[in-house]
Ligand binder design. Structure first.
Ligand code: TRP
Length: 334
């Protein structure tokens, strides 16, 4: 049976998106938009599983939308909205809470990491977060889900939930089993200070990341200061792989210039790091600075951003309502 392809992905509303978010997610969203129908959701309900300052949450949602648009998502092509504005997400989440199993959730490694040593003190929301993520996807009967490698386990849970729903309610193929789309080469952009850690908003030093709103000077400085060593750049991939910081810089360079890792390495092999760093900052400045400018411009036009969310909500709601009607029927809810 051939079903229509539909992409869904969710992004947590954090202010200050960085190069890792861009190369690992947003850029991929933009290219998918050219091939398929896409729904991109700012997941504010996921965000509140840990305490958020209300005003900060609001501005983070708007900044995430601004980053979507600035990197090339088109609100006339893709559906862009915030999760809490479509009530179907929480309604389906409740139904799926009753399909999903405690044993399944207990295996989720992200909960273990996020809840830390005192799990009794984590919110119930944080624990059942993966069920809400399944609801996000299944509410639209999405077939393809672009996510980072860290979300693979959650996506597998969504697949298990879809399968169990289809079995429990005797409706084979009702929910499509969603396929993950995990970027191969750059699923991980690493910290500029420690090539074994992911680039992250929460790392203390701002020198560890390139923010989408960084200006040319900041990018230059950060790349200059990025960790490297005094030996020449390795000549081959297997030696490069022993140097996580060098590998990361070349990976980023390759990705920005649309070259294979091999081709990028052969351009800089045997040279000093300063040679690579000049090329890398040029490529970063060309690609990132215009995006940052556009984000800042859009943030000054909140009404426009709100309008985008409103339009997205209306479109999302139509699909959600229709699917939810059928879901309720399957479950026997009047
Ligand atoms: N949990 C995802 C993350 O932290 C965000 C997310 C929420 C999501 N719902 C989703 C991703 C549905 C893909 C599909 O990155």
């Amino acid at each position: 049976m051939s079903k229509k392809k539909l992409v869904f992905s969710g992004v947590q509303p954090t202010g200050n998106l960085h190069l890792g978010n861009y190369l690992g997610a947003l850029k991929n969203f933009v290219s998918l938009q050219k091939e398929m129908e896409c729904i991109y959701c700012v997941v504010d309900l996921h965000a509140i599983t840990t305490l958020q300052r209300p005003s900060v949450l609001q501005s983070n949602v708007l900044e995430t939308v601004a980053s979507f648009i600035s990197t090339g998502l088109d609100p006339n092509k893709s559906i862009i909205f915030n999760q809490s504005s479509v009530p179907g997400h929480t309604q389906l989440a409740w139904i799926l809470n009753c399909v999903s199993r405690i044993g399944w959730l207990n295996r989720m490694t992200q909960f273990k990491d996020k809840a830390g040593s005192d799990k009794e003190k984590a919110s119930v929301g944080l624990y059942i977060y993966p069920n809400l993520m399944a609801a996000d996807i299944l509410l639209y009967k999405a077939t393809h889900v672009p996510v980072g490698a860290d979300q693979k386990q959650h996506l597998e849970l969504s697949r298990d939930i879809a399968q169990k729903f289809n079995n429990d309610f005797n409706c084979k193929d009702f929910f499509p089993i969603p396929e993950p789309l995990i970027p191969k080469n750059v699923s991980r952009v690493m910290s500029l200070r420690d090539g074994t850690k992911k680039m992250s908003k929460s790392e203390e030093s701002d020198f560890s990341r390139i923010n989408l709103k960084d200006n040319a000077d900041e990018i230059l400085k950060k790349v200059k200061k990025a960790k490297s060593d005094s030996e020449p750049i390795p000549e081959n991939l297997s030696n490069l792989e022993k140097k996580p910081e060098a590998l990361n810089l070349i990976n980023i360079y390759a990705e920005l210039t649309k070259k294979s890792l091999d081709a990028a390495l052969s351009e800089v092999a045997g040279k000093e790091y300063s040679f690579l760093k000049t090329k890398l900052s040029d490529a970063l400045i060309t690609e990132i600075v215009p995006i940052g400018k556009e984000i800042k411009r859009l943030l000054n036009d909140k009404a426009h951003l709100m309008q985008i969310l409103k339009k997205g909500k209306e479109k999302a709601n139509i699909i959600a309502e229709e699917n939810l009607k059928n879901i309720r029927e399957k479950v026997g809810l009047i």
